[in-house]
Design a protein. Structure first.
Length: 361
C-alpha cells in the first residue's frame, strides 16, 4: 500500500501502539479508548454507554466492545448499594491495562478526593491522571500547543544495586510472553515487579525456555482476565523444589612414602593405596611374568619368542623318525615337550604298535 500521513499540530489524542495493534480488541473498542481518553474533565462523570451512543455504538456492538475492554483490563466495574436499597455501578476507564488490584487502589484514591478538589470551579488548572501513570516524557513537537512536562529534579539518593543475572534473564522471559500468547502481555513495570519471583525459578535450576513453557501452557478456557495476576499465581503455585546441596568435596590427602622398590619417594594417594602409579604398574607386570614365565623378558631386556606348537610338533616327528631308523624307539622313551593334542595321540598309537611287535617276536 501507499502511505501518507501528516501529524496534527493541535487537537489530537495520543494512542499507544499497544492499543492500535491489539489483536483482541475490535475497532469499536479501540475507538472508545481513544474517544474517552480525549474527553475533558467535566464529562468524565458520564457512563461509558452514553459516550458509546454518541459514537453510534449501541446494543450488542456496545456489549461486545465493553466485554473486550474489561477482559483486556481497560474497563473495571464495581456494584455497590446506596441509601434506599438502590444499586449503583462504578466504572473506571483507563487508556492502559490495569490489574484488579491496581484498579481498586486507584478507585479508592479517587474516592478520597473532596468534590471541591476534583471539580474546581475557580478556574485553577489541574492535572488529569489516566490509568494511574503520570506523563514524564513527551514528544517535543515544533507546533505543540502545550509545553512538554519537565521531569522533577532528582533528589540525592543512595545508589541502587544492579539486578543480578537471574533477575535480568527472568525479566526478559516475562516480557517475551506476549509473543507466545497475546493474553500474557505484561508491561515493563509489571515484568519488573515479577522478575524477582521468576528469578527464584532460575536459581533452582529451571532453564529460561522451561519457565516460558510453564507460563504459557494450559491457559484457562475462558481466557486470562489479568496477565499480571495469572503469571504471579503460576509463579507461586508451581514453584519447583530447591536444588539439593552439592556433596562435600573430599579433602586432599597428604603425601605418603611409596612402599615400592627403588629410591625413596613420596606420592599423594587417592584412597588407601601404598604404591605410586609407576611402582604399582611394575608390580603388576612382575606378577604377570611369574604366572606366565614364557612371556617374561630375557636378561637383555628383550622378550623371548615363544615356541610355535607346529614347529615343535615337526621337531618331535623328526626325533621319532630318527629313533625308528636306529631301531631305538620304545615305550620308555624320553618325555616330549609337547603334551596332549594330535601329537600325543600319534605317539600313543606308535607306542602300542611297537609293543605289539615285541610280543610277536
Amino acid at each position: 500500500m501507499l502511505w501518507h500521513a501528516i501529524s496534527p499540530s493541535r487537537a489530537y489524542v495520543k494512542a499507544p501502539h499497544d492499543v492500535v495493534r491489539h489483536s483482541k480488541l475490535s475497532s469499536d473498542a479501540k475507538i472508545l479508548i481513544v474517544y474517552v481518553q480525549g474527553l475533558p474533565e467535566s464529562r468524565t462523570g458520564e457512563a461509558l454507554s452514553d459516550h458509546a451512543k454518541k459514537l453510534g455504538i449501541k446494543g450488542r456492538a456496545y456489549q461486545k466492545a465493553k466485554g473486550q475492554l474489561k477482559d483486556a483490563g481497560y474497563v473495571h466495574e464495581w456494584r455497590r448499594q446506596v441509601g434506599g436499597g438502590l444499586w449503583v455501578t462504578d466504572q473506571l476507564f483507563s487508556n492502559a491495562p490495569l490489574t484488579d488490584e491496581e484498579a481498586r487502589r486507584l478507585r479508592d484514591a479517587k474516592a478520597q478526593v473532596e468534590p471541591g478538589d476534583r471539580y474546581p470551579v475557580d478556574g485553577r488548572a489541574t492535572t488529569r491522571s489516566v490509568g494511574g501513570y503520570q506523563p514524564t516524557v513527551e514528544e517535543r513537537e515544533k507546533n505543540s500547543p502545550h509545553p512538554p512536562s519537565e521531569e522533577p529534579a532528582a533528589e540525592t539518593a543512595e545508589p541502587v544495586a544492579a539486578p543480578g543475572p537471574e533477575v535480568v534473564e527472568a525479566e526478559r522471559v516475562l516480557l517475551s510472553l506476549r509473543h507466545a500468547n497475546p493474553q500474557l502481555h505484561l508491561g515493563v513495570r509489571e515484568a519488573r515487579g515479577l522478575s524477582e519471583m521468576a528469578a527464584d525459578w532460575l536459581r533452582r535450576g529451571v532453564q529460561a525456555a522451561e519457565l516460558r513453557k510453564v507460563l504459557v501452557t494450559g491457559l484457562p478456557a475462558d481466557g486470562v482476565r489479568s496477565a499480571f495476576g495469572f503469571v504471579r499465581h503460576r509463579l507461586v503455585r508451581k514453584l519447583p523444589e530447591p536444588l539439593e546441596p552439592a556433596p562435600p568435596v573430599s579433602p586432599v590427602r597428604p603425601p605418603v612414602p611409596c612402599a615400592g622398590d627403588g629410591p625413596e619417594h613420596v606420592f599423594r594417594p587417592r584412597a588407601d593405596e601404598t604404591l605410586c602409579r609407576p611402582c604399582a604398574q611394575q608390580a603388576a607386570e612382575e606378577a604377570h611374568y611369574i604366572k606366565w614365565p614364557l612371556y617374561a623378558p630375557d636378561p637383555d631386556g628383550e622378550f623371548q619368542e615363544p615356541v610355535r606348537w607346529r614347529e615343535r610338533f615337526k621337531e618331535v616327528l623328526g626325533e621319532d623318525a630318527a629313533h625308528v631308523a636306529r631301531g631305538t624307539l620304545s615305550g620308555a622313551r624320553r618325555p616330549c615337550a609337547v603334551r596332549g593334542g594330535a601329537g600325543g595321540r600319534l605317539r600313543r598309537r606308535r607306542a602300542r604298535a611297537a609293543a605289539g611287535r615285541r610280543r610277536t617276536d
